[in-house]
Design a protein around this ligand. Structure first.
Ligand SMILES: Cc1cc2nc3c(=O)[nH]c(=O)nc-3n(C[C@H](O)[C@H](O)[C@H](O)COP(=O)(O)OP(=O)(O)OC[C@H]3O[C@@H](n4cnc5c(N)ncnc54)[C@H](O)[C@@H]3O)c2cc1C
Length: 395
């Protein structure tokens, strides 16, 4: 496997480095937010951020080049410089609008989302409609120039902080279930909407229940045609699964676990000397490396203009399984101490709050963006060509 980027891209790397040396000086305190916004603007003007977005929508409109994109990710990561604003707006909605939206929708919603000025929530899941997403029941009725919406969305990450939601709404109740859904954009700041954050076992509250009680949205805030929402949502989920499948974190996770094992005592000696722990760590490192090389494989296929196929489908499952196993080993090391919050001074396992989040959060990753069983179904059916699952859940 040739892992070099070639002379042209190495020269490009030096240019990116010089840009970062000149423009990215980490600052702290109240001026940070404005500094980051100004930096992102400069990085976009230089062609390093928002590369696939046309200039007229606030992007840098660069020709697709996976090698250059990777060089930029590497160098920004090395300098700990911020890339595009995180969130479902930039990650999922923007690519979907660029692919499927009307011109006015792109012009209105893409620039402020890319700039980080507006936040979005994803309104797909409902009580009883998660894996079987096509069974959503939240209703939209066209009444003159607006949709009137009633029902409930569930697990909507960050909805309490978001300005808008992109949602799957049943607008054609008499059509077959996949053909009766529309993809609507909704202003969350209106009287007919109640947003209730849900308390999680980590103590945080990242998701919300969102209730629609005759809420409204303009008739043309629809992406694609009436009844095409299922199809439009497939492009959004494709982007979600692809970003969850990123390999960058796996090696870092193993390195942090090794550090935890060094500083933790188990049966009266450093846990890193324990045979069982060493074996677990070595096996996990094997998985992390397999993940990294699968990412390289996916990357070289993309550089060649080829589809990732089975490798691409495996990536989210690998993140999930590695995260679970890391959480299990951390739990083994920290034991009951993990449950005491905040950590008493001088007890084992420094930075345990992060590990507690890893332990509990790894359960969430196996569900978010499509549960692991569903992902296995997709791998079986689309990757391996096995017969379809007949239980009714949608991949
Ligand atoms: C961290 C996180 C963030 C999320 N953010 C959002 C968000 O912003 N917006 C949003 O709309 N939703 C969000 N969700 C919800 C998520 O999309 C759903 O939880 C997910 O699709 C699963 O649906 P469910 O919870 O109803 O579980 P169910 O579909 O009821 O599944 C329960 C279990 O049954 C299994 N199962 C179901 N069907 C099958 C089958 N056919 N074959 C085998 N096994 C099956 C599943 O694998 C799972 O283990 C989020 C979830 C998490 C954990």
């Amino acid at each position: 496997m040739d892992l070099s980027f070639g002379a042209e891209n190495e020269a490009f790397r030096q240019t990116v480095r010089a840009f970062l040396d000149e423009h990215w000086k980490p600052v702290r305190g109240p001026e940070l937010a404005a500094y980051v916004t100004a930096f992102r603007l400069k990085a976009t003007e230089a062609g390093y951020l928002n590369r696939s977005i046309p200039k007229r929508y606030g992007g840098s409109e660069q020709a697709p080049d996976v090698l250059k994109a990777q060089v930029i990710r590497d160098e920004f990561g090395r300098a700990r410089a911020p890339m595009e604003p995180p969130g479902v707006g930039t990650m999922m909605l923007v690519p979907t609008l660029l692919e499927r939206g009307e011109e006015w929708q792109k012009a209105r919603f893409v620039p402020p989302t890319v700039a980080g000025d507006v936040q979005w929530a994803q309104g797909y899941s409902e009580p009883g409609s998660g894996s079987d997403l096509a069974s959503v029941r939240t209703r939209g009725v066209l009444d003159g120039d607006r949709w009137v919406i009633s029902g409930q969305k569930m697990w909507s990450s960050g909805a309490d902080r978001a300005h808008y939601m992109f949602a799957l709404i049943r607008t054609e109740p008499d059509a077959p279930k996949h053909e009766g859904i529309s993809y609507l954009l909704i202003d969350l700041k209106q009287p007919g909407i109640t947003i209730r954050p849900l308390r999680q076992m980590t103590g945080g509250s990242e998701f919300c229940e969102v209730f629609f009680d005759d809420a409204t949205t303009p008739a043309d805030w629809i992406v694609g045609q009436r009844g095409q929402g299922w199809n439009v949502s497939r492009s959004t989920l494709k982007h979600e699964r692809a970003s969850i499948g990123n390999a960058d974190r796996s090696e870092e996770l193993v390195a942090r676990l090794v550090e935890l094992a060094r500083e933790t005592t188990r049966f009266g000696r450093p846990a890193i000397e324990d045979r069982e722990i060493r074996q677990d760590l070595a096996a996990l490192e094997g998985w992390a490396l397999a993940h990294k090389y699968s990412a390289y494989r996916q990357f070289s296929l993309a550089a060649d203009g080829r589809e990732a196929g089975l490798v691409g489908l495996l990536m989210k499952l690998m993140v999930t399984d590695i995260g679970h196993e890391a959480a299990r080993i951390a739990q083994e090391l920290i034991a009951d101490d993990a449950m005491i919050q905040p950590a008493p001074a001088g007890t084992r396992g420094r930075g345990r709050e992060k590990w507690l989040d890893q332990i509990m959060g790894s359960l969430g990753v196996s569900i978010a963006g499509g549960a692991s069983n569903i992902q296995r179904n997709i791998i079986a059916e689309r990757g391996l060509g096995l017969p379809r699952d007949t239980t009714g859940a949608e991949a």
